[in-house]
Design a protein around this ligand. Structure first.
Ligand code: C2O
Length: 539
């Protein structure tokens, strides 16, 4: 294994999209940002230098950060932000991890433009558990706003307004030609006839789950969230913000032909987004008489195509082979039941006297002023409490329209749930229909978890666990909690520190759909959190 050095200069970069320009925050002037390439078990050192007026922090989404929570990145959770003119070296080891992950800013809404891919290759000489692709390409899906994203967050968080849809989706930073900007070109994906490619797809969008599709081609899913899966074929990939999906694409058409690649909204809610679908072109290298042939268009599922989403999600299984066994915890030490809700709180200064909030078990998480990990490590009191409720205090019919005056209000607090080292944990994430029912992609920092079950309606504590998949459930770091339903996950708390868990729709995180776990040190060697690096930013 080796040590890889990167330098990330966070700068303002003037950027033109949809035929209009604005300065955006980027890393090294690139959008999407630079790709980090390393191998399993390598150590990565990234020096982040903040040249902009905003506070900055960067999260390495899906990297386990075993005992190195100081390098995880969420602002005020594991570190104070890097202030303007300051820098910080993120230093971590990719222990036992390989596959596609990504990095993004983890403060305010900066991740809209501050993100990039992490490609972790297997150890030298170790093959993929599928035939080696001819080439690999990274496909980053994102969103673009013509207006200033920081303005939007202020509105959303202060007044609790509904999310403002982006103007367009993007594929590797490009929207493709759109009606009010027809001259704009899309991303081009050249392929050679007869070859197989691996696409490393990342959803870096702020607020939207996406369908990804290539006209005329089936895709074979081989990995999600940097864990191999049992290969399966699909014509549409469902991918939530935070998730990554590797697919094999066999270029089986003729030289010179062109096919549309598209990314569009999946929104299982009674609201609709009208942003532009991003398009790119898959074009076959080589000249033939068909060179002038028209692009084959993709027929996209409608925005609310729950059936397409469900079919995709149900097909996901971990590989569970001899080389890559699936180690699902079979006993559970901590069984948690979390309601995942949007809610309404009184707001005298707001238009209707109420505002949108969000909460888990009716707790709206309040960001502390000191990083939680420091408070934990140095025993600083009055920063957080560890009384996060293991279950809701007021059970009700979660998936039916409910009495908002009884259930919709939340309490504020910086509440954590404490876990002993190596505890096995099960969390049932129950979606609710309080304000409106919507998918929530939930991300847990510091761990991978197994998705042992999912269903519609209210979770049934007697019947549903009997149907859990404890053999080959998909292993990942971000899971979609279905609208009007629930998801059950399991993990082993083998990583001491403070670990954030939140909805990866940025608007919901802003409203408070987040909490954190504090995992105590174990008693054995190599079971405690390492001390902080000397350059850890101060608040
Ligand atoms: Cu990718 Cu806490 O986030």
């Amino acid at each position: 294994s080796m040590i890889r050095h990167y330098k990330f200069n966070v700068v303002m970069t003037n950027t033109t999209k949809l035929c209009s320009s604005k300065p955006i925050v980027t890393v090294n002037g690139q959008f999407p940002g630079p790709t980090i390439v390393a191998r399993e078990d390598d150590t990565v050192l990234i020096k982040v230098v903040n040249h902009v007026k905003y506070n900055v922090s960067i999260h390495w989404h899906g990297i386990r950060q075993l005992r190195t929570g100081w390098a995880d990145g969420p602002a005020y959770i594991t570190q104070c932000p890097i202030q303007p003119g300051h820098n910080y070296i993120y230093n971590f080891t990719l222990t036992g991890q390989r596959g596609t992950l990504w990095w993004h800013a983890h403060i305010l809404w900066l991740r809209a433009t501050v993100h990039g891919a992490i490609v972790i290759l297997p150890k030298l000489g170790v093959p993929y558990p599928f035939p080696k692709p001819y080439k690999e390409k990274t496909i980053i899906l994102g969103e673009w706003w013509k207006s200033d994203v920081e303005e939007l967050i202020n509105e959303a968080s202060n007044i609790g307004t509904a999310p403002i849809a982006s103007d367009s989706h993007t594929i590797n930073g490009h929207s493709g030609p759109v009606s009010n900007c027809p001259s704009q070109s899309g991303y081009g994906l050249p392929v050679r006839p007869g070859k197989t490619y691996m696409l490393r797809i990342i959803n870096a969008a702020l607020n939207e789950e996406l369908f990804f599709k290539i006209a005329g081609h089936e895709l074979t899913v081989v990995e999600v969230d940097a864990v191999y899966t049992k290969p399966f074929k699909t014509d549409t990939v469902l991918i939530a913000p935070g998730q990554t999906t590797n697919v094999l694409l066999t270029a089986n058409a003729n030289a010179g032909s062109k096919y549309m690649v598209a990314a569009t909204t999946f929104m299982d809610a009674p609201i609709s987004f009208d942003n532009v679908t991003a398009t790119a072109i898959l074009h076959y290298i080589g000249h033939t008489v068909s060179q002038s042939r028209k692009t084959v268009l993709a027929s996209l599922p409608p925005q609310n195509a729950t059936w397409v989403a469900t079919k995709f999600t149900r097909s996901l299984r971990s590989l569970n082979s001899r080389e890559y066994p699936t180690r699902v915890p079979t006993k559970v030490d901590h069984s948690l039941f979390f309601t995942v809700s949007l809610g309404l709180n009184p707001c005298p200064s707001c238009n209707n006297g109420i505002r949108l909030v969000a909460g888990i078990n009716n707790v709206t998480f309040t960001m502390p002023k000191t990083a939680l990990l420091q408070a934990h490590f140095f025993n600083i009191s009055n920063v957080f409490t560890d009384d996060f409720p293991a279950k809701p205090s007021n059970p009700y019919n979660y998936t039916a329209p409910v009495n908002r005056s009884v259930n919709a209000a939340t309490m504020k607090g910086t509440k954590l749930y404490r876990l002993p080292y190596n505890a096995t944990v099960q969390i049932v994430l129950q979606n609710t229909a309080m304000v409106l029912s919507e998918n929530h992609p939930f991300h847990l920092h510091g761990f991978n978890f197994f998705e042992v079950g999912r269903g519609l309606g209210n979770f049934n504590q007697k019947k549903d666990p009997k149907k859990f998949n404890l053999v080959d459930p998909v292993e990942r770091n971000t899971v979609g909690v279905p609208a009007g339903g629930w998801t059950a996950i399991r993990f082993i708390a083998d990583n001491p520190g403070v670990w954030f868990m939140h909805c990866h729709l940025e608007i919901h995180t802003t409203w408070g759909l987040k909490m954190a776990f504090v995992v105590d040190n174990g008693h054995g060697p190599d079971q405690s959190l390492l001390p902080p690096p000397a350059d850890l930013p101060k608040c």
